[in-house]
Structures are given as C-alpha cells and as structure tokens.
Design a protein around this ligand. Structure first.
Ligand SMILES: *[C@@H]1O[C@H](CO)[C@@H](O)[C@H](O)[C@H]1NC(C)=O
Ligand SMILES: *[C@@H]1O[C@H](CO)[C@@H](O)[C@H](O)[C@H]1NC(C)=O
Length: 476
C-alpha cells in the first residue's frame, strides 16, 4: 500500500512539473547561427522566475545509426532552414535501471545550451555538464537536469549527450572492424569541439570552458572486461558493469585511452587545469535497495578478500557483514577510494590546484536520490544527492528563500560558477578564502558542506589510509 502511495505521489509531482514546464515556456523564439546552420530556441522562465533562453537538441554529430552504430562519431551534415531547437532530445538508448525495459533512441547525439543573455557585453564563462549513470544509463533531460538554478548566474550552461552501454562502449580487437571502444567518450569530445567552435554565438567565451559531471562523468573508472582480469565469481556476481571505458586495443587518431589512466594522469594536460573534486558522506547508501532485494550480496566480499582491488593481482581466495557496515564499505570501494587515488595522483603530479569537498547536507525532503532509493525515513547523504542542489528536477518542491535547502543551492551553484569564472571557488558569502587546495605534505583537507560549511581534515582519511596500504607507492 505504502509503495503504491509513494508511486502515486511521484507521478503527481511529475505531472505538475510537466505542466509547469509548459507554462514556463513562452512562444517567443530566438534564432542563432551555428557552424552547421541556424537554430531556433525558446524563451522560458526558471522556477525562480528568471527569464532565459534554451536551445535544445542541437546536433553535434551524425546520428550514430546504421553503418555508424558503435563507430566513432562523425560531424553532422549542415542545414539551411532554422532547426527547431525548442524541445528536448530523446535519451540515448538504454535499459531503464528501475523498470528494466529498453527506452530512448539511438539517434541521440545532441546538446543543449542555456543562458539568460545570448548577447552579453562581455563573453561569459561556459560550464559543460556531463551526466553520470555508470556508462550504462543517463540523459540530459530536464526531468533530471533542468538549468534553472544556473540561470540566475552570468554563465552559459551546456549539457551534452553521449552513447551509453554497449552502443557507446563496444570494443573489438580487430582493427579492420574500426570499433576500438570508448565511442561514448569520443562523443563527449566531439561535443566539446562543438562548444569551442560555436559557443561564442551564444555569448560564451570559448577560451573559458569548465567541464563538470557526476559519478561516471568524473570517476573515469575503467572496465576490464578481458576475461583474464575477471575471476569466475566476479563474472557470476556481476560486480562489474557490462560495458564501459576500456584501454583501447590499438591506437588510431581518435584514441582517448591508450594506456591505464593512472599512467596517463602523470603527464596529462589536465595537470595544468584547476579541479574541484569531491564525494558525498554516505555514497554507499545508493546500493540500499539493491542489497535489500538481494541479501546474498552481503556475501560478495567473502570475508574481505574480495575487497582487494583487482589491479593488485593478489590472491583473493572470516564474520558476516551486516547491511549498514556493508553499505559503508561500498562507499569506499566504489566511490571514495578511487577518488582518493585521484587526489594522491593530483597532489603528486598536478601543477594547478585541486579543491576537495565532502557533501554532507542531509535534508529530510530534498535529497532526492536517497529518498527515491531508500524511502523517506532513512537518513544519510547518498551518492547523487548533490545533484538536487545543482539542478532543478521533476520531483523538486518549491523552496522558501530562507530555507537551508535554498541556501545550499545558492552556495553550491555560487561556488561552482565562481570556479568556472576564476579558477578559485571561494565566494564572500560562503567561504571567503577558507577553501584551500589539497597539499602533498598534510592530511587532505576538504570543504565539509552541510547545514554549516567548514574547512576540515577529510574525516575519511584514516580509513582511506588502510585502503591505500594495499598499494605500492609507484601505483600512483
Ligand atoms: C576565465 O577568465 C577568467 C578571467 O579572465 C580567468 O581568471 C580564468 O582563469 C579563465 N578560466 C579559464 C578556464 O580560462
Ligand atoms: C560537517 O558539518 C556538519 C554541520 O556543521 C557537522 O554536523 C558534521 O559533524 C561535520 N562533519 C565532520 C566530520 O566534521
């Protein structure tokens, strides 16, 4: 009964969102030239009543269908008449994580541009959003990523789509087939090239572009689907995703991952680029519904042996874990430890600053990812909870401007935009100059973002040290 009631509540909220989205769209349109042809966008009103323009479903590559399926993206054909860019693009073809049905469209290589002023006096910083979803799902849909909160800022916001799952990440060894893998990442690169070449026409500064993302979009996890790297249990337990980024089996002109990213990080161009990186205080909560449904998964790590990272090639053959300690382990295994390895690499090799945050804002009503996956009664800040404070979405209720949730949105969006504009996320209203980059010679410090915002030693450091102790230093 409770479940049905919850579903009905969600449906009603969704319906209300859709109706409002229609009401907030005006008939006023606006035409902009792009390198492939003119496009027509729509004027809208944000949930905070700020007017802005949206240009959606702009093609940046030929539809990857027919002979182009699985292949690296190719530039689109041009057009003459203004293209209708007033409506959302379909999501990439994927299996719905909850319902398990297949949805979306293979013809999906589109991007969206949002700005409150397409003709500003001074070109504006550009922020490009790349969605997460474990490389098997994801969409730019406004149901999840409506640009409203950013439309109070002087930035151009872009969201880009890429192919996911097998359509985006099939990798075949035979060079004559022309499918080395990572097509989904190459989609992202092609979209970024479009931004470089066209964003000035939307008032954006092509020399001032910041990329941001969540989960898959920032983890850079590698799927090692070669059989020798997986043992039988892992294949059976489906610990790893069915498809995702790979080290490409051969190098051609479009190759993005020629060797292990750990090695690439040592001399990547990213070393010279400032970075914000962070996680949520209870990432593993995300796995709650899954483990509730399949309690046998509590056994997946055996007595701890299977927690040992695969890349160490150790032999992985003692007390049964219970639900919450297990979810806590997942926080480290799937999220924080990888993030920490990245921090160590940045601390050692990067020349530009790395700002670390820890999102710990536990709202009873606005942490949508947790509410969807664990119900209203559970607390803790789950994987993806931070998204509710960057993007308006279909189940976000109206916020009182004095509320803690509203303030958190203002702080997060404010700091992220400031970072895009200057390379330093500190703003007067939140941190002044308190948020400092990580340093090699001390415990990593992070911005603890909660009801209060404070700069503290990363509380997870002690546990992370244990995980790190499995590694030799030269694995950074
Ligand atoms: C963007 O422009 C500002 C102001 O000129 C500059 O401080 C900042 O470093 C630029 N950011 C990038 C990514 O170029
Ligand atoms: C993070 O900030 C919140 C709110 O100020 C606080 O309750 C929490 O204890 C902080 N976390 C740590 C580890 O200090």
């Amino acid at each position: 009964m409770k479940k049905i009631r919850a579903i009905i509540v969600f449906l009603l909220m969704y319906l209300r969102f859709k109706i409002r989205q229609c009401l907030r769209k005006s008939f006023k349109t606006h035409i902009i030239q792009t390198q492939y042809g003119p496009i027509k966008g729509a004027r809208r009103i944000s949930c905070w009543n700020e007017p802005f323009y949206s240009y959606e479903k702009i093609p940046f590559a030929k539809p990857p269908v027919g002979n182009l399926r699985f292949k690296d993206p190719v530039p689109p054909n041009s057009w003459k008449k203004p293209l209708d860019c007033t409506k959302e693009a379909p999501m990439p073809r994927q299996v719905n994580v909850v319902m398990k049905n297949v949805e979306g469209n293979e013809d999906c290589l589109y991007l969206n541009v949002f700005t409150n002023d397409p003709d500003p006096r001074k070109p504006r910083p550009v922020m490009v959003w790349i969605y997460g979803g474990g490389f098997v799902s994801g969409t730019t849909s406004k149901n999840f990523y409506s640009p409203d909160y950013f439309m109070s800022e002087n930035v151009v916001l872009v969201s880009i789509a890429y192919r996911v799952s097998i359509l985006g990440f099939l990798s075949l060894k035979d060079p004559s087939l022309g499918i080395p893998g990572n097509a989904g990442l190459k989609d992202q690169i092609m979209a970024l090239k479009w931004v470089r070449d066209n964003i000035a026409n939307f008032g954006g500064d092509p020399n001032n572009v910041t990329v941001f993302g969540e989960s898959a979009a920032k983890s850079g996890d590698l799927v090692k689907h070669e059989s020798k790297l997986l043992n039988k249990e892992e294949i059976r337990n489906l610990i790893l995703f069915a498809s995702g980024p790979v080290i490409e089996p051969y190098v051609n002109e479009n190759c993005v991952i020629p060797k292990h990213p750990r090695l690439m990080a040592r001399d990547a161009w990213g070393k010279d680029v400032p970075v914000i990186i962070g996680g949520n205080s209870f990432e593993g909560l995300f796995c709650f519904p899954d483990v509730k449904k399949h309690p046998w998964k509590l056994e997946t790590f055996k007595n701890g042996e299977y927690l040992v990272p695969l890349e160490l090639n150790l032999d992985r053959d003692s007390a049964k874990p219970t639900l919450f300690p297990y979810l806590n382990l997942l926080s480290y295994k799937y999220f924080w430890h990888g993030l920490h390895r990245t921090l160590l690499s940045r601390a050692k090799y990067a020349k530009a600053p790395t700002f670390l945050y820890r999102f710990d804002f536990d709202s009873p009503t606005f942490n949508h990812a947790r509410i969807i996956c664990c119900g209203k009664r559970r607390r803790g800040v789950s994987h993806a909870d931070d998204l509710s404070y960057l993007f308006y979405n279909a189940i976000a209720h109206d916020l009182r401007p004095g509320s803690a949730e509203y303030k958190t949105i203002k702080s997060l969006v404010g700091m992220w935009t400031q970072f895009a504009e200057t390379g330093d996320p500190n703003i007067e209203s939140v941190t002044t100059n308190a948020w400092q980059p990580i340093r090699n010679d001390e415990t990593f410090k992070c911005l603890n973002i909660s009801y209060k915002i404070s700069f503290i030693d990363l509380p997870e450091s002690k546990s992370l040290e244990v995980w790190d102790s499995l590694y030799e230093d030269d694995l950074i």
